[in-house]
Write a protein that binds this ligand. Structure first.
Ligand code: FAD
Length: 406
C-alpha cells in the first residue's frame, strides 16, 4: 500500500466524512480530509443513534465511548398536545435481535469530535482545516480537488477516489452536475434548548407531540451530564427574521403554552436555533471515482432522527467497498452497488418515513388525526405489532433491505 496521503480524499469532515475516514484508516487506506471549519461546529443538530447504527459503529470501535457518554433512551412516546400520551413504544422489545435495544442520544458534535481525535492519530491521515473545496474533477486514473487554504492560496491535490460528504450544499455534488430533487418546506423549524428536566413529569426521552396548530417534538440530550438538556422543536411558518423569532418573551410563551412551568417560573432557554427543512435526494450517489454520502446525498426533516444515521450507513458502506477495491478484492463495479443500495433505501425509507412523520404530527383533519391516534394506540398495546412498528422506525427494515440489494 502506498503512503500517499491522498489515496482517498474526503471533502467535508463532518460526522459522515469522519466515519468513512476512520473505517478506511483502520483498514490501512490513506485518507486526506478537507473541511472549511477550524474546529468542529457545536450547534445543536442530530443527537439520535438508532440500534443498527450502533451495530455498524462497532466496526470503528467507538460504541464503548458513546455508551459511556451518551444517554440511553429505551422508550419513546407519541403524544397529542391536548390529549397527552397516545402511545408509548418500548425498544426493549427488540432485545432479542439487538445488543442495543434503545436509541442512544449523543450530540452530533461530540461524535464528530471523538472521531476527529481518533483520525488525527493515524500517520496515513492528513486533515486540512480552514480550507474550502472549490472544484473537483476526475479522469480514468484519479480525482483532482482544488481548494482554497486559509482563504488565500489555491491548491490542487490528486487522489484515487473522492468522497463528497460536504453537506446539503455539497460543492462536490454541484461540480458533478448531479440533481438534488425534492422540496424545501415553507416553514422553518425552531429549536429551543432548556435545562428544565421534563422526565419527572412523565415525558420519555423522545416525544413526538401532534397538534393541528403547533406540533412539537422534545428530546433529552446528555449535555454535561444527568439530567442533561431538553430540546424542543416547533414549526415556524412566518417569514420573520431570526431576531424577531428569537424574541425572549415569545420563545418563553411557546414553551409555557406547551407545558406551563410547574413552579410558575420562567424556563431558562440556553440555545435558540432556526433552520430550513428540506426533503431532497441526489440523482446519483456515484459518478466514476466520486461518491456522495450523508447530507450531500440526501436531506430530510429531523422528525424520526434518521438523517445522520443514514449518512453513517452510507459512509460505512462506501468505505468498505473502497477498501475492497484498493486491496484488489473487488473491481470498481462494486461501486454501482453502493448507489443501488443506498439511494434505494434513502428513497424508500428515509424520505418516505420522515415525510410521513411530519404529516402525522401536523394533521389538521380531526377524523384523520383520531384514526391515526387509534392506530398508534392499538399497535403500542400489542407486543407483536409494536415490534414490527419498531423494526421500521428503528431502521432495521431499511438496513435489511439495503443488505439484500445486489
Ligand atoms: C436541527 C437539526 C436536528 C437534526 N436532528 C437529527 C437527528 O436527531 N438525527 C439524525 O439522524 N439527523 C438529524 N439531523 C440531520 C443531521 O444533522 C445531518 O444529517 C448531519 O449533519 C449530516 O452529516 P454530514 O457529515 O453529511 O454533513 P454536515 O454535518 O453538514 O457536514 C458537512 C461538512 O462539510 C464541510 N463543508 C461543506 N462545504 C465544504 C466545502 N466546500 N469545502 C470544505 N468543507 C466543506 C462543513 O464545514 C461540514 O463540516 C438534524 C439536523 C438539524 C439541522
Amino acid at each position: 500500500m502506498d503512503k500517499n496521503n491522498n489515496k482517498v480524499i474526503i471533502s467535508g469532515a463532518g460526522p459522515v466524512g469522519l466515519t468513512a475516514a476512520l473505517l478506511l484508516l483502520k483498514k490501512g487506506i490513506p485518507v486526506t480530509l478537507i473541511d472549511s471549519y477550524t474546529d468542529v461546529p457545536t450547534d445543536p443538530r442530530a443527537s439520535t443513534f438508532h440500534p443498527p447504527t450502533m451495530e455498524l459503529l462497532e466496526k470503528i470501535d467507538v460504541t464503548n465511548e458513546m455508551l459511556e457518554k451518551g444517554l440511553v433512551v429505551d422508550r419513546w412516546q407519541y403524544r397529542d398536545r391536548k390529549e397527552g400520551v397516545i402511545a408509548e413504544f418500548n425498544l426493549n422489545l427488540l432485545s432479542e435481535i439487538t445488543k442495543y435495544p434503545f436509541r442512544l442520544h449523543f450530540e452530533q458534535h461530540k461524535y464528530a469530535q471523538m472521531l476527529l481525535n481518533r483520525v488525527l492519530k493515524f500517520d496515513i491521515c492528513k486533515v486540512i482545516r480552514n480550507s474550502t473545496v472549490l472544484k473537483t474533477s476526475q479522469n480514468e486514473n484519479g480525482v483532482f480537488v482544488e481548494y482554497k487554504e486559509n482563504n488565500s492560496e489555491i491548491k490542487i491535490i490528486k487522489g484515487s477516489y473522492l468522497i463528497g460528504s460536504d453537506g446539503g450544499k455539497s460543492i462536490v455534488r454541484q461540480n458533478l452536475g448531479v440533481s438534488f430533487n425534492g422540496l424545501t418546506f415553507e416553514e422553518r423549524f425552531l429549536v429551543l434548548t432548556t435545562s428544565f428536566d421534563f422526565k419527572p413529569y412523565g415525558f420519555s426521552g423522545t416525544c413526538y407531540i401532534s397538534d393541528p396548530e403547533e406540533w412539537c417534538s422534545i428530546f433529552n440530550v446528555p449535555a454535561d451530564g444527568p439530567p442533561g438538556h431538553w430540546r424542543l422543536v416547533f414549526p415556524e411558518s412566518s417569514k420573520r427574521s431570526q431576531n424577531e423569532i428569537f424574541n425572549d418573551a415569545e420563545c418563553q410563551k411557546r414553551i409555557q403554552d406547551f407545558f406551563p412551568h410547574p413552579k410558575s417560573e420562567l424556563y431558562d432557554i440556553i440555545h435558540k436555533n432556526i433552520y430550513n427543512v428540506h426533503q431532497r435526494i441526489a440523482g446519483k450517489f456515484r459518478v466514476g471515482r466520486i461518491f456522495l454520502c450523508g447530507d450531500a446525498a440526501h436531506i430530510n426533516n429531523p422528525l424520526g432522527g434518521m438523517g445522520l444515521n443514514f449518512g453513517i450507513h452510507d459512509a460505512i458502506n462506501i468505505a468498505e467497498k473502497i477498501y475492497l477495491v484498493c486491496t484488489d478484492q473487488s473491481t470498481e463495479n462494486i461501486f454501482d452497488r453502493y448507489d443501488r443500495q443506498r439511494r434505494t433505501v434513502a428513497e424508500e425509507y428515509l424520505l418516505t418515513q420522515t415525510a410521513q412523520n411530519k404529516r402525522d404530527l401536523e394533521e389538521k383533519k380531526s377524523d384523520e388525526r383520531i384514526k391515526r391516534h387509534k392506530y398508534l394506540n392499538k399497535i403500542s398495546t400489542d407486543k407483536e405489532s409494536s415490534k414490527s412498528y419498531l423494526m421500521k422506525t428503528a431502521m432495521f427494515e431499511s438496513t435489511k433491505r439495503a443488505n439484500e440489494i445486489l
